[in-house]
Design a protein. Structure first.
Length: 330
């Protein structure tokens, strides 16, 4: 009887000890997962929506569980403070410019908060620092977008089917497509467009070549701008052309006067040249001289408006005005 009692007490003691050990082990495992017994520091994550995150969920950094969510508090109408317990050995790796986002562990797993490192230099995180949220895509939001996209695709397919049906029932369209002359005209139009593009490319290439030549100091234009001797010769040539134009105008006026005298029968020449055929020949000569003079004047006017010689003619006009003011009697 006494032996039986000792055996029962021993069994009871072993059962109690086993229960206590199991309870201690359970508490240790829970505390380990919740970082209750490890060396941790506190970080505040500011978010606008916790998306189902609860205290006890994991904190993940680069795919590793480095802490847990300690508490969640509503700070104001737009900010929620999530207190994180993070392992101390992660301080050298987490920077103050890191951002946080709330994700799901797998497709249908528990929520977790993830610390995302950012590029650029920043100091190491310390106890009590604040991290801000990065805008992420929530599962519900993603499903809503997929639903909206599906509706748009359905509408698009319906419209495509309607267009295809109208095209199949359009006899005029098929007639136009089977018309060989229409096809040939379309080919010619495309050919003309290609030619226009080729010509435009050639013009652009030529313009670029001219600009490069001017920048390198080559060509006649650059020599006129930079070579003083050639510029002086060019100015002398222009002055000579102007003198020739003026003299041609005076000659034409004299010829017109002589022709007028001839027509009126004045002088010996007028009496001799009463022959109509000879008079017509002289008139044609004078007409040709006048046309040549007019053409020369037009060329001079074009030279005056040229961007190469515009400055020279303006300088010449100013010089003539100064001479006119100096010698008003002339």
């Amino acid at each position: 009887m006494k032996k039986q009692k000792i055996l029962n007490n021993t069994r009871l003691g072993l059962l109690v000890i086993s229960g206590i050990l199991f309870l201690v082990f359970t508490l240790y495992m829970i505390g380990k997962n919740q970082n209750l017994f490890g060396s941790t520091f506190t970080v505040i994550a500011v978010v606008d929506n916790v998306s189902g995150l609860v205290p006890g969920n994991n904190v993940r950094f680069k795919g590793m569980n480095v802490g847990t969510v300690r508490s969640i508090n509503m700070e104001n109408d737009s900010s929620i403070f999530v207190t994180l317990l993070v392992q101390n050995n992660m301080k050298p790796f987490i920077k103050k410019n890191s951002l946080t986002t709330i994700n799901t562990d797998g497709l249908m797993g528990n929520k977790l908060i993830q610390i995302i490192p950012q590029p650029g230099f920043s100091e190491n995180i310390t106890d009590g620092d604040t991290l801000y949220a990065q805008r992420g895509i929530d599962t519900d939001e993603l499903l809503n977008k997929l639903e909206s996209t599906g509706a748009h695709l359905e509408k698009t397919f319906f419209n495509l089917a309607s267009v295809a049906e109208k095209l199949n029932n359009s006899n005029e369209l098929w007639k136009m497509l089977s018309d060989s002359s229409m096809t040939e005209e379309i080919k010619q139009s495309i050919h003309q467009i290609r030619l226009a593009g080729t010509n435009a490319a050639e013009m652009a290439k030529t313009g670029t070549s001219m600009l490069n030549t001017l920048e390198r100091g080559e060509g006649l234009v650059d020599k006129v701008f930079r070579d003083t001797v050639m510029a002086d010769n060019f100015e002398a040539s222009i002055e000579h052309l102007m003198d020739v134009s003026k003299q041609a105008t005076e000659i034409a006026m004299e010829i017109k006067k002589v022709l007028s005298d001839l027509e009126s029968g004045k002088g010996t020449a007028g009496m001799v040249l009463q022959d109509s055929a000879l008079r017509e020949s002289v008139r044609n000569i004078v007409t040709n001289v006048e046309e040549s003079t007019a053409g020369l004047n037009e060329n001079m006017e074009a030279l005056k408006h040229s961007f190469l010689l515009r400055g020279y003619f303006r300088k010449l006009e100013r010089q003539q005005r100064r001479e006119a003011r100096t010698n008003p009697s002339n």
